[in-house]
Every structure is written in C-alpha cells, then in structure tokens.
Design a protein around this ligand. Structure first.
Ligand SMILES: [Cu+2]
Length: 127
C-alpha cells in the first residue's frame, strides 16, 4: 500500500513538472455534457489515482467497485464536496462535480481514508 501511494505521488509529480504534458485534456466538446471519467476501486486503490481537470470544469466521476476492494473501498468520500456514496457491484456510481475555480485538488478517499485519489486542477497555462 505504501509503495502504491509512492508511485501515485511520483506520477503526480511527473505530471506536474512536464509543462506541455501536464495540460489537461481539451474541454468537453460543446453539447457533449460533462466529461465522464471512470475510476475503478479495487485492492489496488483508485485507478487512475489522479484525474486531471480544469478549474470550473463540470466532471462526472464514475466509480466502478471491484470486489477485491472489500468493505474498505465500499464507500467513496469527497470531503471538500460533502459527498459520501456507497458503491455497489451492480453498476458504477456516478458523482457529478463542478470543480472549484481555484487551482488545487479535490480529493476522494474510501470511508476510512485509507485509499486516496484526487482530481488535480490545473489552469490551461503552465503552473
Ligand atoms: Cu478504507
């Protein structure tokens, strides 16, 4: 678990350091609605552990629960958004977000704060 977290952090750092590469994907196409990102919760934690978004972007996170996550990964919490959802095997749980305007991150964790992931918010210019 420690190793995984380290890899996740390293990846995030790598993303943040490469200017061109760190730019978030283009904004959702007009009329296409919020961008939808699938996140799997398993014994590997959140995959992908980091989602890159734009400040102010509308984003839907679709959490797919894998049994290997056990009871630990059953709940997803977004503390800054006051959101707590219980996941099921049957179908993905969608969480619609309006990302904050500021640069920064919106974290998501399991109910016990052991598995961690985040939406990283970058402006379109290099930070
Ligand atoms: Cu947990």
């Amino acid at each position: 678990m420690k190793t995984l977290l380290l890899i996740a952090l390293t990846t995030a750092t790598a993303l943040a350091s490469g200017c061109r590469k760190s730019e978030p994907p283009a904004a959702a196409t007009a009329g296409g609605g919020p961008r939808r990102v699938e996140v799997t919760v398993s014994n590997q934690g959140f995959t992908p552990p980091r989602v890159v978004g734009r400040p102010g972007e509308d984003l839907t996170l679709s959490f797919r629960y894998d049994k290997s996550a056990g009871e630990c990964g059953r709940e997803v919490v977004l503390p800054s958004q006051n959101i707590k959802k219980t996941l099921t095997e049957e179908k993905p749980t969608e969480i619609a977000l309006h990302l904050p305007q500021e640069k920064g991150e919106v974290t998501f964790t399991c109910g016990m704060n052991m598995l961690r992931g985040a939406c990283l918010l970058y402006t379109s210019r290099c930070v």
